[in-house]
Design a binder for this molecule. Structure first.
Ligand code: 9MR
Length: 600
């Protein structure tokens, strides 16, 4: 009979909004349709139907059927889908399904704060910790880098306190911090701009120490990071010896030129050596160093401080002025020194975040400055760049997908949200490009057994890449008003919450089988029971079929895993199971988007 033919049923283990498309993936080789039943928490059958055989799903590495129970809309908990003797995890149907997730995904950023006590009053005793890296004073690593290149270091110490720790480590990296804070501010611009009265993250709405200060709490959270980023700018008048041009073919023999480095931005600051896991941040005794400035970090700072100036203007004009001044100074510094690439100065202790192609950063910064100021010089600069009006293509190379070293789409999303800045013809071109890219994503969803708009390489942080596609689909929804694009975002959420070949919810605290053992130096309960596990709402990096630096990943890759299965919920698996600000930011964005119009 068909009963033995079903291996598993995978679906969103958290649940669905009543009006959402509701699909489960049934793992089965059967060529014939299978009968499914939806049962409520009392075991009563509430709906039934037949699966649609889908066949082999390449990224999953097995054959599946799809069960569509979209017709069921009654709110309730403890629903399960049954096919033969197999049954799914329990799930809920509720208009409020994304409400807790949007707040938890955002609370991640408070948890990740550096330079401040994480208070039991705000997060509960389990996750409280003393202030760490307070203050975070750093000078440049040098005068020689770890390969012996004598760049001289820098003649100052900066107070680069605050900011968010990047991930499970305690580094603070401008390019990754920048895209994460941009994503939070972008959601602010979208939602507050439409209806301040219904804005869910206003003053007093979040568990942050600044609640009650008269400024929307989402901006308070963002400012914690912006303050750190502003502090990473090189002081006026500083002369530094920096490597110009692409010298990656001679890393042991870099050449340096002395330049006026005013306005440039240090690429990153992090520990001298990797610390052991676990190491709660307040117990980190490593020396912390600045890397030398890079053009990439400089443009990244220019972009987000230009955005800051726009967003903060009504709430804190002095801060907006400070942001804009930093943005212009950084942008001009990048024009003056367009070719300072990021080379590592320390052998370990932090991530690389290197980038050899800065055309996208130039476009992003010019677009943000143009959106903020309307000045012709920025319009001319951006219009002359190859990424002008770029949108994701949804091609095999994932061209223009949002990534920390591929930021052109961020600039385009900002222009999309500032329609008055563009001429009608350009705006039309931009809108069409986004809709075309979103259509390509949806075409991929139709060809995936788990329904995800994602047929591209599954790399380190694939869940973050996936969540970022949700922002693009949401843009197409805004442009067209067509429901299919919003359902594409739902499909991404379904995947992240358990509709995947591993039946894994990649979000801590959500679903029957949630991620439990992130690679994190504080939330390391899995290796030290005296420490907390992850707070709810943290997104794991997810399947990574591309690189296998650590033991756990190598074990998986040796078994040549199908892309969507190259994952393990294990503390040591940093290329699979770390959490990071640039992944939780789009998770927050899409959770908030899907909750829009349902709850406040
Ligand atoms: O997300 C980053 C990924 O794209 C890179 O391939 C990887 C290796 O350079 O680094 C990832 O970022 C990590 C960073 O280097 C250090 N902090 C943790 C980040 C997430 O794993």
């Amino acid at each position: 009979g068909e009963r033995a033919a079903v291996e598993a049923i995978h679906l969103n283990q958290h649940g669905f909004a009543p009006d959402a498309e509701k699909r489960a993936t049934v793992v089965s080789d059967s060529k014939r349709a299978l009968a499914w039943r939806l049962v409520d928490q009392n075991g009563e059958s509430v709906a039934q139907g037949e699966t649609a055989p889908f066949g082999y799903s390449r990224n999953a590495g097995h054959s599946v059927h799809i069960a569509d129970f979209s017709g069921v809309a009654a709110e309730g908990e403890g629903y399960r889908l049954a096919v033969g003797s197999a049954q799914s995890a329990p799930f809920a149907i509720s208009t409020r399904i994304y409400r807790p997730l949007k707040f938890d995904a955002l609370a991640f950023f408070y948890h990740q704060r550096s330079g401040i006590e994480i208070s039991a009053d705000l997060v509960g005793a389990e996750w409280a910790r003393p202030a760490a890296h307070a203050p975070d004073l750093a000078t440049c690593y040098g005068p020689k880098d770890f390969r012996g290149n004598d760049w001289g270091g820098c003649p100052y110490t900066l107070d680069v306190s605050k900011g968010w720790y990047d991930a499970g480590d305690h580094g603070k990296y401008v390019v990754n911090g920048g895209i994460a804070v941009w994503t939070l501010l972008n959601y602010f611009e979208r939602a507050y701009g439409r209806d301040p009265a219904r804005f869910a993250f206003g003053d007093g709405a979040l568990a942050v120490p600044e609640a009650g200060n008269g400024v929307p709490d989402l901006l308070d959270e963002a400012r914690w990071q912006l303050d750190f980023m502003l502090a990473m700018q090189v002081p006026d008048g500083a002369a530094l010896k920096l490597p110009r041009g692409d010298q990656f073919d001679r890393l042991d023999n870099l050449s340096f030129s002395e330049v006026d480095a005013s306005g440039l931005v240090h690429h990153k600051m992090h520990d001298e050596h990797w610390t052991a896991l676990p190491t709660p941040p307040h117990l980190d005794t490593e020396k912390r160093y600045l890397s030398y400035p890079s053009t990439a970090a400089t443009l990244n700072l220019a972009a987000v401080t230009a955005q800051c100036a726009r967003v903060f203007r009504p709430f804190d004009a002095a801060y907006a002025d400070r942001c804009l001044e930093a943005a212009i100074k950084a942008y001009d510094a990048a024009l003056r020194l367009p070719d300072i690439l990021a080379y590592d100065v320390l052998e370990g202790g932090g991530g690389a975040y290197g980038d050899r192609n800065l055309a996208d950063e130039f476009y992003w910064a010019a677009a943000e400055l143009f959106a903020t100021t309307g000045e012709a010089r920025y319009r001319e600069d951006m219009a002359a760049l190859p990424h002008y009006l770029a949108a994701p293509r949804g091609d095999a190379n994932a061209t223009n997908d949002i990534f920390w070293n591929s930021v052109q789409t961020l600039g385009s999303l900002t222009l999309l949200a500032a329609p008055d800045r563009l001429e009608a013809k350009q705006l039309e071109r931009l809108r069409k490009a986004f809709v075309k890219g979103a259509d390509a994503y949806l075409a991929q969803a139709a060809k995936d057994g788990y329904g995800v708009p994602f047929d591209r390489s599954y790399n380190w942080g694939s869940n973050g890449d996936m969540a970022n596609r949700g922002i693009v689909l949401a843009a197409a929804y805004d442009i067209t008003g067509e429901e299919k694009y919003r359902q594409g975002v739902v499909a991404i959420m379904d995947y992240l919450l358990g509709r995947n070949p591993l039946g894994q919810s990649y979000i801590s605290g959500y679903g029957e089988n949630p991620m439990k053992a992130p690679h994190h130096r504080f939330w390391a309960k899995a290796v030290d029971p005296s420490l907390p596990g992850p707070p709810p709402g943290a997104l794991a990096g997810g399947p990574n079929a591309a690189s296998a630096p650590e033991e756990v990943a190598r074990r998986l890759h040796d078994g040549s895993c199908a892309p969507q299965t190259c994952y393990a919920d294990e503390t040591e698996a940093y290329s699979l199971n770390e959490v990071a600000i640039n992944w939780n930011a789009p998770l927050f964005w899409i959770a908030a988007f899907l909750d829009e119009g349902r709850t406040s």
